[in-house]
Design a protein around this ligand. Structure first.
Ligand code: SF4
Length: 107
């Protein structure tokens, strides 16, 4: 298997481990709503800051061109949705046009 796949998996696992470490922040912000009406992640969210989340990927100097939540492996929104869940942000939604430094291409 090509090494870029191994590196991608390694990066994803590392970032997921970081997400687990930040889970207390997410748990403290749990919302009883279902995913469909869960609130959007806000810029002042501690987890958002940790992962450098932005609601508009084009506003991030670090985002690879074309990368956004909507084409991230972790995005849980339906195809064509404008926002959806992400396991890094329990109880909240991210914008499909958003981005964070855990972005991993859908395989
Ligand atoms: S880029 Fe991926 S991991 Fe990051 S917030 Fe968006 S869906 Fe979640």
């Amino acid at each position: 298997m090509p090494s870029f796949v191994d590196n991608s998996r390694r990066r994803l696992l590392k970032k997921l481990a970081m997400g687990v470490a930040l889970a207390p922040f997410a748990v403290s912000q749990l919302h009883p709503a279902t995913a469909g009406d869960a609130p959007l992640v806000t810029p002042d969210d501690q987890t958002a800051k940790a992962f450098k989340y932005v609601a508009d990927a084009t506003k991030s100097a670090e985002a690879r061109p074309g990368s956004r939540c909507g084409n991230c492996m972790l995005y849980q929104g339906a195809a064509g949705s404008i926002q959806g869940g992400c396991p890094l942000f329990t109880g909240k939604q991210v914008k499909a046009a958003g981005w964070c430094n855990s972005w991993t291409a859908k395989s």
